[in-house]
Design a protein around this ligand. Structure first.
Ligand SMILES: NC(=O)c1ccc[n+]([C@@H]2O[C@H](COP(=O)([O-])OP(=O)(O)OC[C@H]3O[C@@H](n4cnc5c(N)ncnc54)[C@H](OP(=O)(O)O)[C@@H]3O)[C@@H](O)[C@H]2O)c1
Length: 263
């Protein structure tokens, strides 16, 4: 079983650690995080220099991107031959880690999303040039502990991935807000408007997840010709409707991710 050094154990690192414990995906986990003095079931230290040599060969970086410059020199110094470095830091390219480590290492860049906190995330992984099939399997197993996993071969696609699944949970939260506001405008009392919006979006999402049918089939199945749903969908699916709006939103997030990568 893989031993892991987890550097950074905030929201996302904490979700991973919880997932590893529950799934048994990891042998021993050593956690480096100055904000976390005690943690059941894992050895916790405040800094990398407090970890007894040798470091585990699998390292998962879960600090904020802006903290990486501080973390990488210590890691480069202690990194063992044959190490696998997995990063969840948004926007940090594989080349960044390769240059900071200064020695050959297998690097896998990933983009998880916040539903990982309840084991329902989706993580997209992208492997650096020297990553073996066995190392991909390790990353796959570690990230599957908090949800689904997909892989891309072309790192440039990570911008679009960030715009779709990384930022996507916020779009769904906003959909709940929009449906709530529309319910208020239709005359429903605030408590009922909020309750209906939340239950409808999460319930329909769960139905879409569990059903073998594609979303368009599910939609058509609940839309009687000339009925109420059809009247609403004529607006949502009309010119400049939801698909157009979502396409523009994802394009804006993709462009912003590309811009941030240029520095
Ligand atoms: N949250 C998301 O939606 C999401 C999605 C995809 C990817 N990510 C990526 O996940 C990473 C973590 O995000 P998060 O939301 O989990 O952030 P977070 O809650 O702030 O967690 C980061 C943790 O790292 C600790 N830390 C700071 N400096 C450290 C150091 N030198 N060594 C070890 N630990 C250190 C922080 O402690 P302090 O609080 O004391 O600074 C904190 O506990 C980021 O790189 C982010 O881009 C996040």
């Amino acid at each position: 079983m893989t031993d892991v050094l987890l550097i950074g154990c905030g929201r996302m690192g904490g979700a991973l650690l919880k997932g590893w414990r529950e799934s048994g995906a990891v042998g021993r986990a050593i956690v480096v995080d100055p904000a976390l003095p005690i943690l059941n079931g894992a050895q916790v230290v405040a800094s990398l220099s407090d970890v007894a040599a040798p470091l585990p060969t699998t390292i998962l970086l879960a600090v904020k991107p802006q903290m990486l410059d501080q973390v990488m020199p210590g890691l480069a110094e202690r990194l063992r031959d044959g190490a696998l470095v997995i990063s969840i830091a948004a926007g940090k390219p594989i080349a960044y880690f390769a240059s900071r480590l200064g020695k050959p290492a297998a690097i896998i860049r990933t983009m998880p999303n916040t539903p990982a906190a309840i084991g329902r995330g989706i993580t997209v992984c992208c492997a650096g040039p020297s990553v073996t099939a066995a190392e991909r399997d390790v990353a796959d197993r570690l990230m599957k502990a908090v949800g689904e996993v997909a892989w891309v071969e072309d790192e440039a696609l990570m911008h679009a991935v960030t715009a779709v699944s990384g930022s996507g949970p916020a779009y769904v939260f906003h959909l709940i807000e929009a449906l709530r506001d529309a319910a208020l405008a239709a005359g429903l009392p605030p408590d009922l408007a909020a309750k209906l919006a939340r239950a409808t979006v999460t319930g329909a999402g769960e139905l879409a997840r569990q059903s073998p049918d594609a979303p368009d089939k599910l939609r058509i199945d609940v839309t009687s010709p000339g009925g109420t749903t059809a009247a609403a969908l004529a607006v949502l699916m009309g010119e400049k409707g939801l698909t157009d709006l979502m396409t523009r939103a994802v394009a804006a997030a993709t462009a912003r991710s590309e811009e941030l990568a240029k520095g």
